[in-house]
Ligand binder design. Structure first.
Ligand SMILES: [Zn+2]
Length: 401
């Protein structure tokens, strides 16, 4: 069954806390049908209501409990905090709609139309060795506080380095530092700053600005796009989860959901692996030309430092057929998104939650990464249906017809 905008909406959560509670309720529902493992790692921060913030690894299967999965699909949300509103929507759709516990079909399927787009078998017929993993909120702090970065102002998708060089910063970032990291929002000064930014874009192009700002910098802890100066606790936790639960896996795909780059609702699948590398072929085999490489320069994303995938690959057995990809959904134009991030960075370093501008800045940063549009939510689920269908076919799980 294909969604319409109205039926897509309920899968998208209203807050981190509501999303986490829903995830755990879904896990309980699934545990009546298949072995469910929940491995939660809390982070050293609290949410706005004092709630616990945790990375939740919810693993459904393998069907034969007590054994390690040999085939696995991992769907991850919230590496960039509030981008988790998108990824969690896909996760809830997967657990509540796309994968069925078993026959008979759930209410809402009275038409007899199969609502499961890939003809997936019911839980009772899953392959013995398969597990689905819902990794909810890689960066729970950012999800809860409506930020891209974590509790240490670190972008977790720039933090996976084996050696941190605290002088590493793009020369253009350094030159633009005061423009992109203002200490005040004085209207006259802001106007001058934006004129200077516009001049940079006119001379060098928007892509040059995107490269300088977004590639990750390791020098300024209070600056935008800070990659950290050590591995963050969330990344250490993540590596531990991967080593433990992917041990013995033979075939696995990991889709890390992101938003903020590209046309409204469009989805680009992005890897940092060079196209010429043999490892790229693993993703190409599943998604063909839909997959883009930041290394090869054909992606919407700039080439970045310290990608999370680098650290994860290092934790997976080298002989496993493993591929990790970022699924990036477009929202608003890149300058609007950068502007929202810039304001949010100012808010957290030069103001607090009592500041009169807090609500407006938070509303704008949320809109930048989770547009409040029914059509956007519909496109998100349609895009997921397309790239996930390809994975299930590769895993040999889709039933023809
Ligand atoms: Zn992202």
């Amino acid at each position: 069954m294909s969604f319409d905008a109205e039926s897509a909406t309920p899968f998208f959560p209203q807050s981190y806390q509501a999303s986490r509670e829903r995830l755990l309720a879904n896990a309980r529902a699934w545990s009546r049908h298949l072995p469910v493992l929940i491995d939660s790692r809390s982070v050293p921060a609290r949410g706005p209501s004092g709630e616990t913030l945790a990375q939740d690894w919810v693993q459904i299967g393998p069907r034969r409990g007590g054994r390690k999965a040999r085939r696995m699909l991992i769907l991850a949300s919230g590496t960039h905090g509030l981008e988790g509103f998108c990824g969690a929507g896909i996760q809830h759709a997967m657990m509540e709609h796309w994968m069925r516990h078993g026959a008979p079909a759930r209410p809402g399927n009275a038409s007899g139309v199969n609502p499961w787009p890939w003809g997936l078998p019911p839980a009772s017929d899953w392959p013995d060795d398969f597990a689905l993993v819902i990794l909810h909120a890689v960066n729970p702090y950012g999800f809860a506080w409506l930020r891209r970065v974590n509790e240490s102002n670190v972008d977790l998708n720039r933090n996976s380095l084996t050696r941190f060089d605290t002088s590493l910063v793009h020369p253009d970032y350094e030159a633009l530092y005061d423009l992109i990291n203002p200490t005040d929002l004085d209207p006259a000064r802001e106007e001058q700053r934006w004129q200077a930014i516009a001049q940079f874009v006119a001379e060098r192009g928007e892509r040059a600005l995107q490269q300088a700002v977004s590639e990750g910098q390791y020098k300024y802890p209070a600056g935008m796009q800070f990659g950290g100066q050590k591995l963050e606790a969330s990344i250490v936790n993540l590596h531990s989860l991967v080593r433990e639960h992917l041990a013995g896996v033979e075939q696995a795909f990991w889709i890390d959901y992101h938003t903020g780059l590209g046309e409204m609702g469009a989805c680009e699948l992005i890897t940092g692996i060079p196209k010429a590398s043999p490892a790229f072929a693993r993703g190409y085999q599943v998604w063909g030309d839909a997959i883009k490489s930041t290394d090869s320069g054909d992606s919407l994303s700039a080439k970045l430092h310290g990608l999370m995938e680098q650290g994860v690959y290092a934790c997976v057995a080298p002989d496993a057929r493993f591929f990790m990809v970022a699924a990036e959904y477009g929202t608003h134009p890149v300058m609007r998104v950068l502007k929202a991030m810039r304001m949010d960075n100012w808010l957290h370093h030069h103001a607090d939650s009592q500041h009169p501008m807090w609500p407006a800045i938070k509303a704008e940063v949320l809109e930048a990464f989770r547009p409040n549009q029914p059509q956007w939510r519909l496109k998100v689920l349609q895009g997921a249906q397309s790239h996930l269908g390809a994975v299930f076919r590769d895993l040999g799980m889709a039933v023809p017809g």
